[in-house]
Design a protein around this ligand. Structure first.
Ligand code: MG
Length: 167
């Protein structure tokens, strides 16, 4: 029942992502959610730690792309600061934007991971495209009222998955 909602992997934060594990899975590219995954919700400030992390991944040979439901001006601003491409206004979990990110990256779904903080957009959308899905807790509690309401259901699903050993 929850197969499309189940992340393949979980990480405490993007910074703590196990790159060796990803390499072992054949992952060559990572699609990054923006809000509450790599930056706090609604901001364009990029921390030196994030810049260093992105540089390290690029040096390790990973291709990166931001995929966000956010507005183009803000999403592209962060992407420019990090020197990576972006697909804004993605309407996740719809498949189209994930496929656009794959074409920007020039990789196939079996070699690409997606990391995000939301089960019903990042993980569900990623699983629909057969990507290697990675869930990370949100960086802050600040988010849309709508998202905060969805979180209640998300928590119930996550708790259920943990209880039943799915996760
Ligand atoms: Mg997010």
């Amino acid at each position: 029942m929850f197969t499309k909602l189940k992340p393949r992997h979980c990480t405490p934060s993007v910074m703590e992502l196990d790159l060796a594990h990803l390499k072992k899975q054949g992952i060559q590219a990572i699609i990054l959610d923006l809000d509450n995954t790599i930056v706090e919700w609604g901001v364009t400030h990029v921390s030196p730690e994030l810049i260093a992390w992105v540089a390290k991944l690029k040096k390790d040979g990973f291709k990166l792309c931001i995929l966000s439901n956010g507005m183009p001006s803000r999403v592209q601003l962060v992407a420019r600061k990090l020197g990576i491409p972006a697909v804004p206004r993605a309407i996740k979990p719809r498949r189209g934007a994930f496929l656009k990110a794959l074409s920007l990256l020039g990789t196939s779904c079996d070699k690409t991971a997606v990391i995000g903080d939301q089960l019903f957009t990042d993980i569900f959308g990623g699983n629909r495209c057969a990507l290697y899905t990675i869930l990370t807790p949100p960086l802050s509690n600040r988010e849309f009222l709508y998202t905060r309401m969805v979180r209640i259901i998300e928590k119930m699903v996550l708790n259920y998955m943990r209880r039943t050993g799915v996760l």
